[in-house]
Design a protein around this ligand. Structure first.
Ligand code: ARG
Ligand code: ZN
Length: 477
């Protein structure tokens, strides 16, 4: 399935050999050096917006066509733009609507574009990439059954029509979208999806239009608040779309659009996991502050996979369709999508709070939250644990990330009490969803100190940094 390398080595556009000219103006080869995925991203590059048009001609196959225009700025002069891309064959690249030279380095998974003049700090450019074919294959680093991240195809089978969707966390988005594929560079998205008539497309954001043409339908979605690239959701199936009344839990009490997408063969009990979505949105917005986006719902998918908090529209596999997981993914809209890990080792801040929300939901239903926490503690005692910043890909989504992460928030709550904990969470979301919209572990610890004092910081630090598992914190009843 591999296509030939484009022969741009000759033009010196690939960095197989160092680019000689203008070294001072060429930090372009610098990646963001994430401790877990050091190859991702480009230093200085700031993608503000992706305007993406995907065409799926035969749902259920891996074929896809894309045209994307990135709105770019930079914080340093860039002689080249190096996007993460392990996608289909690139057919054309334009810079402000003019064709420009480009090169694809499959091994490095980079698309290198040379603008007519360096991109200067403060300037804005529009970079368009057209591509078509088969997305790259990227193995998930740690999922127990082999899982290809990024573009997913569900082949037609029996009476069932084929389907497609994306499942990208942590680094799968660049299998179908040329992107600065690191959570520190959040962006807004306009996503258009063209599908054969009879199919329904869905994507992150609010739907802003549908156009039917001869044999096709094109759906448009507007994700107006910045999100990390891994949280972009795109779905194609013969979905049943279920619209519910909007829920007034948005910023300033604004209405949050409610819609869910179910494949036609969804069994009845699966739907049951989603009947209390409004109640969960209300509960969590009381703890965390206003819901950060314009819409919420789920898209149910049929393969056995982890669930994923795709922005405004969580990806819920049939096998993960439980109310507990449903609440977990709703919580990620605040912790993950609005407040995003600055680097991959910081992902415990997302998973810890999403898992903690399961405890909050249990308490809301009249259950025993402290017993829930005690089970986490027993699990970690049995299985062993580690300091919270992950040091390799296999740790990103392990037991410590979720359950030790959750207990860290339980320890803070035990230390400061419910009212102060609620104030803390609301202030934390306000503070770290602003600006770049990211949080690092040190910034979190500094914020704990600032809001809750040195004692609380010391408690939290033990959970974050020590090898040993601290004793079970007790939240008074
Ligand atoms: N963030 C997802 C959750 O809701 C987990 C994603 C796991 N991804 C993976 N590639 N193993 O917990
Ligand atoms: Zn999660």
């Amino acid at each position: 399935m591999r296509r030939p390398l484009l022969s741009l080595l000759a033009l010196g556009l690939l960095t197989a050999a160092p680019v000689p000219a203008q070294p001072a103006l060429n930090p372009s080869a610098d990646t963001l050096r994430d401790p877990i995925f050091p190859e991702l991203g480009q230093v200085g590059l700031d993608v503000r917006h992706y305007d993406l048009h995907l065409t799926v001609t035969e749902p259920g196959t891996r074929e896809v066509r894309g045209v994307v225009t990135l709105t770019l700025t930079s914080t340093r002069p860039l002689t080249q733009v190096r996007l993460d891309f392990l996608g289909p064959e690139v057919e054309a690249v334009r810079w402000n609507d003019r064709a420009v030279p480009f090169g694809v380095d499959e091994k490095a998974a980079k698309l290198t574009v040379t603008p007519p003049a360096p991109l200067r700090p403060g300037a804005t450019a529009r970079l368009t990439v057209e591509y078509a074919g088969t997305p790259g294959e990227l193995e998930d680093p740690d999922f127990p059954t082999p899982l290809l991240l990024g573009w997913q195809a569900v082949p037609a089978e029996g009476g069932r029509a084929g389907a497609n969707f994306v499942l990208s966390e942590p680094n799968g988005t660049h299998t179908f979208l040329p992107s600065n594929d690191h959570p520190s560079d959040k962006a807004t998205f306009t996503t258009r999806v063209t599908v054969p008539r009879g199919y329904v497309a869905a994507a992150s954001g609010v739907e802003t239009g549908r156009v039917d043409a001869a044999g096709t339908s094109t759906f448009t979605f507007s994700q107006r608040e910045p999100i990390p690239t891994y949280a972009l959701g795109v779905f194609v199936d013969r979905f049943l779309r279920v619209d519910e009344s909007a829920v007034p839990v948005g910023v300033g009490g604004s209405a949050v659009v409610r819609r869910d997408f179910f494949p036609p063969e969804t069994p009845g009990p699966v739907r049951a996991a989603y009947v209390r979505t409004d109640e969960a949105l209300r509960l969590l917005s009381e703890w965390f502050g206003p819901y950060p986006f314009g819409a919420y719902g789920v898209a149910v998918v049929t393969p056995r996979l982890p669930a994923l908090e795709t922005a405004t529209l969580s990806t819920m596999p049939l096998n993960m369709s439980t109310e507990r997981t449903a609440v977990h993914e709703i919580a990620h809209q605040w912790f993950g999508n609005a407040v995003t890990p600055a680097t991959w080792p910081d992902v415990w801040l997302s998973e810890g709070m999403a898992a903690y929300s399961e405890l909050l939901w249990t308490e809301h239903l009249g259950g025993d939250g402290q017993a829930y926490a005690a089970r986490w503690h027993a699990n970690l005692t049995r299985a062993g644990t580690r300091p919270l910043r992950a040091t390799r890909a296999g740790e990103l989504f392990d037991l410590s990330t979720y359950q030790r992460g959750a207990l860290t928030f339980h320890a803070l709550r035990a230390e400061i009490g419910d009212a102060a904990f609620r104030d803390f969470l609301r202030a934390y979301v306000t503070r770290f969803s602003a600006g770049a919209g990211t949080v690092s572990t040190p910034a979190f610890l500094a914020f704990v100190r600032e809001r809750a004092g040195a004692g609380a910081e010391a408690t939290v630090r033990r959970w974050v940094e020590e090898r040993a598992l601290p004793p079970l914190p007790v939240v008074g009843r």
